[in-house]
Every structure is written in C-alpha cells, then in structure tokens.
Design a protein around this ligand. Structure first.
Ligand SMILES: C[S@@+](CC[C@H](N)C(=O)[O-])C[C@H]1O[C@@H](n2cnc3c(N)ncnc32)[C@H](O)[C@@H]1O
Length: 214
C-alpha cells in the first residue's frame, strides 16, 4: 500500500462511521474550493453526478445554483440525511445509495448518463486504495468525451502528522492513474475546509484537479 493509506481515527467501515459520528470531513458547509473552481472555470449549471456525496451538502449547493444533480453514496444512512437536507432546503436532488465498486450498480447509474460534470470531494483518494481499475471503469462509464471531472483529494505533500486527515496521494500518481481517461485542465493545492477530528479543526493539504474526458 502506498503512503496514502491513512484514514482519520475511527472505524474503518463507512456505515459504522456515519452511525457513530466519525465523519470528520462532514463540514456541513459547501466546499469553498468547489465553488471557486466552478466560478473561475465558468462551469455552467448542467447535468451532474456527485460520487460519494456523504450527507449531501455539496449536492444541495449545486442544485441551488441550477445544476441537475444525481448524487450517490455507499451508506444508506448518509443518503437518508442527504435527502432530509434537500427537503429542508426545498430542493430536488436525485440521491441514492450505490456502491461505486459494484459493476452492476455502476452500469445502472451510467444508464442515466453520461454526466457532463462529475464532482468528487474526498472519494477517489479512498477508492483507488480499494480497487483502482474499478473506479476508473466507473468514471469511464459515467462520462463522455468532453465531460469535466472535479476531484478534491488528500495531498502527499502534506508533512503534518500522518494519522490525522484524509488519505494522501502524489500529483504524479493522480495524473498517471487518471491520464488514460482524462486530460488535465487545472491542478492546484488548497486546504480542505471544515475538517474536525477529536474536537480539533484541521485544514489538510489537498489537491484540486479539474480533468476533461478525452
Ligand atoms: C471522505 S468521505 C467524503 C464525503 C463527501 N464527499 C463530503 O465531502 O462530505 C468519502 C465518502 O465516500 C463514500 N464511499 C466510500 N466508498 C464508497 C463506494 N464504494 N461507493 C460509494 N461511496 C463510497 C463514503 O461513504 C463517504 O461518504
């Protein structure tokens, strides 16, 4: 396993994490980096897929901007909370529970595609450790040539205490893994906002990578 294998303290199982509240990434506020990239790159409201959407904060924000959002997560409890969040905000998001590493579930989701915009905050950096080829296959099915994929991932340049924060990945690894499917539009470092671990606030170093499907 590469250096990028750490996960924050807490259970390793995603269902258990949501059930026990070990969800340090769940800031409750829309990602500032996502908002900046969408504004700078003038990504227009369009049909969008959010993979690993958690409790739906970013999906709700995207719908509020006019995006037509389908959003999935492995954990039914997260999806339940996401649906409640959308209902409270008075918006419609197509939320459902799905496993992005399950080929039948990926095919079903892809049947509603392709998606010209795919958003991912903190998901690829986890899934690549479980099954890189499967996540690449899912991304290929969700997208079509020209589709944009905005990915926010932990950054291997982060020299802070390793066991706190998201998995970390090197720029070269990201580009080598995603290169067969995507060309790079923009990549930069930023810090994840709103990460809370054991009562402390962290801003782990991250990559923001905007890619275009070849
Ligand atoms: C670090 S969290 C990020 C959640 C959300 N994007 C956010 O920013 O709040 C990673 C998410 O990926 C989801 N996940 C992990 N494995 C998955 C899989 N195989 N299929 C779908 N979602 C998965 C987890 O349940 C979790 O919600």
């Amino acid at each position: 396993m590469p250096e990028a294998t750490r996960i924050p303290e807490g259970p390793r199982d995603w269902n258990e994490r949501y059930a026990t509240g070990h969800t340090p990434w769940d800031s409750g506020t829309p990602s500032v980096q996502m908002q900046q990239v969408i504004a700078e790159q003038q990504i227009a409201p369009q049909k969008t897929l959010e993979i690993g959407c958690g409790t739906g904060t970013n999906a709700v924000w995207l719908v509020q901007q006019g995006f037509d959002v389908t959003a999935v997560d492995l954990v039914p409890l997260a999806i339940e909370r996401a649906k409640a969040k959308a209902a409270a905000a008075g918006v419609r998001v197509d939320f459902s529970a799905a496993n992005l590493l399950d080929s039948a579930q990926v095919a079903a989701l892809a049947g509603h595609g392709p998606y010209p915009f795919v958003f991912d905050r903190g998901v690829y950096h986890c899934l690549r450790q479980e099954n890189g080829p499967a996540v690449l296959n899912a991304l290929s099915q969700f997208t079509a040539p020209g589709s944009l994929y905005l990915q926010l991932a932990g950054n291997a340049n982060d020299k802070s205490k390793a066991e706190q924060g998201p998995p970390r990945v090197a720029a070269e690894e990201l580009l080598a893994e995603l290169g067969p499917l995507f060309e790079l539009v923009q990549m930069r470092e930023f810090r994840f906002d709103g990460v809370h671990i054991n009562g402390e606030t962290f801003s782990p170093l991250a990559w923001s990578a905007l890619l275009r499907r070849k």
